[in-house]
Design a protein around this ligand. Structure first.
Ligand code: UD1
Ligand code: CA
Length: 449
């Protein structure tokens, strides 16, 4: 069956105290909206419609960055969740299949839960995702009778007895798309908030002889973000869940609570991550690689058997082949290190290609930027770059070549050649002794005076 996702993301999120719309605030480096869109991918939706309103252009751009085929509709005035869904109608014209409504500010609905909702549609016309709330607060309450969901009552409109109900509305709803739109068109705004409530479709469905049911999920999945404090709590929850998943998948984390992961971090089995490692977006670590303490990685790939850190920084475009070693205070950006290549100390490699088996000496720097343009450095296989070499790009060092320590390399080095680009050493016998004597005498005189 075809599925259309409708993601509500028009709200301002006043309590965030922000110029950025709420759904674009990030959890683990991805806008909340992406988390909701990613959860929905489990259903392989034929169509995704994002309802934007507040800062709609920015929200639309983010939606389409995640999924270029996402359709964005505008809800100019936020008149309620049912009114928001109604804006999706033009994009669902003639659509045959189910629609599932998600909230852009509820990022943790699991793929299993959404699959359970899709399955529950076999037994109910309208399926609502509910959860048992430890503190039901201001959530909408689900009024049930046995298996049947009778209606949903918003907190503001609920009687004292209804407020005692702990089974709450997550907001996620599934129904046949055309049925949903018909029900939505019947929703009124005669309630305490004067809003068009999406949850009202349950009672409207039953009035038409349709059935409604509840799928239950853990409260943690329905965690919504309305303030910076809740955003921080959501970040912590995401980190904890992701660490637990990696451990279960066979990744060693020496001190899991000190490792920060991004929404898309991929780490292979038997990889080892030491304490205080930070992952930015776009990192993949292959099986058996070892990331040592205090390293910072983003937009990079580390192959099996590689060792990175401690205190290494891998920036976007860093690609380490198998068994490479990158040591302390080494920064790598947009550079490929071939199999077994080593850069162990105090080095910057940017816009470079390093052949397999090559050793980069301590303090080596690729001078890749002339103030206007970036240039590439290419180093062949099994080369030896002496400590403190400045490689002024564009420049090529051939296979098996060497550079002398302290060289400034401004022109290409042929394969097998030794390049020396430094001043010749001059020795002055006895000079140091004479200089020291003179300086010490001067100091003695000052101390007396
Ligand atoms: C809603 C539910 C409530 C449920 C709770 C769960 C309604 C009327 N109430 O309440 O039963 O327990 O979620 O968190 O649906 N939005 C729009 N356009 C609008 C209004 C809202 O796009 O006109 C979007 C918001 O940006 C947000 C989502 O819909 O992503 C939910 O809206 P919100 O105002 O937070 O609903 P709640 O009052 O929390
Ligand atoms: Ca809310």
């Amino acid at each position: 069956m075809s599925i259309a996702l409708i993601i509500l993301a028009a709200g301002k999120g006043t309590r965030m105290e922000s110029d950025l719309p709420k759904v674009l605030h990030r959890i683990a480096h991805a806008p909340m909206l992406w988390h909701a869109m990613r959860a929905g991918q489990a259903l392989e939706p034929a169509r995704t419609v994002v309802v934007a309103g507040h800062e709609a252009e920015a929200v639309a751009a983010a939606a389409q960055e995640y999924d270029p085929e996402a359709r964005v509709v505008i809800q100019a005035e936020q008149l309620g969740t049912a009114h928001a869904v109604a804006q999706a109608a033009p994009e669902l014209e003639g659509f045959e299949g189910d629609a599932i409504v998600l909230y852009g500010d509820t990022p943790f609905i699991s793929q299993d839960t959404l699959e359970a909702m899709a399955r529950a549609r076999a037994s109910h016309d309208v399926v609502v995702l509910g959860f048992d709330a430890a503190d039901p607060g201001r959530y909408g309450r689900l009024v049930t009778e046995g298996d049947a969901l009778l209606r949903i009552v918003e907190y503001k409109d609920a009687s004292p007895e209804e407020r005692d109900i702990t089974l709450c509305n997550s907001g996620v709803v599934a129904a046949d798309a055309q049925t949903l739109l018909t029900l939505i068109s019947e929703v009124g705004n005669d309630n305490a908030a004067g809003e068009y409530y999406l949850p009202d479709i349950v009672a409207l469905a039953r009035a038409r002889g349709l059935t409604a049911g509840v799928v239950h999920c853990a409260e943690a999945e329905t965690l919504g973000v309305n303030s910076r404090a809740e955003l921080a709590a959501a970040e912590a929850a995401f980190q904890a869940a992701t660490r637990a998943r990696l451990l279960a998948d066979g990744v060693t984390l020496h001190a899991p609570e000190t490792v920060y992961l991004a929404w898309d971090t991929v780490i292979g089995r038997d990889a080892e991550i030491e304490p205080n490692v930070i992952f930015g977006p776009g990192v993949t670590i292959e099986t058996g690689a070892r990331i040592r303490a205090f390293s910072h990685l983003e937009g990079c790939h580390v192959s099996r058997g590689a060792i990175v850190g401690p205190f290494a920084r891998l920036r976007p475009g860093a690609e380490l082949a198998e068994d490479t070693h990158v040591g302390n205070f080494v920064e790598i950006k947009n550079a490929y290190l071939g199999e077994g290549a080593k850069a162990n100390h105090l080095t910057y490699l940017g816009d470079a290609e390093i052949g397999e088996g090559t050793n980069i000496g301590a303090g080596t720097i690729t001078c890749n930027y002339d103030g206007v343009f970036k240039h590439r450095t290419t180093i062949g296989r099994n080369a030896f770059i002496g400590s403190d070499t400045m490689l002024v790009a564009p420049v090529t060092v051939g296979d098996g070549a060497m550079t002398g320590s302290g060289s400034v390399i401004t022109s290409d080095v042929a394969p097998g050649a030794l390049a020396l680009g430094r001043a010749k050493q001059v020795d002055k016998p006895g000079f140091a002794t004479r200089l020291f004597n003179m300086l010490r005498a001067k100091k003695a005189k000052q101390n007396k005076g």
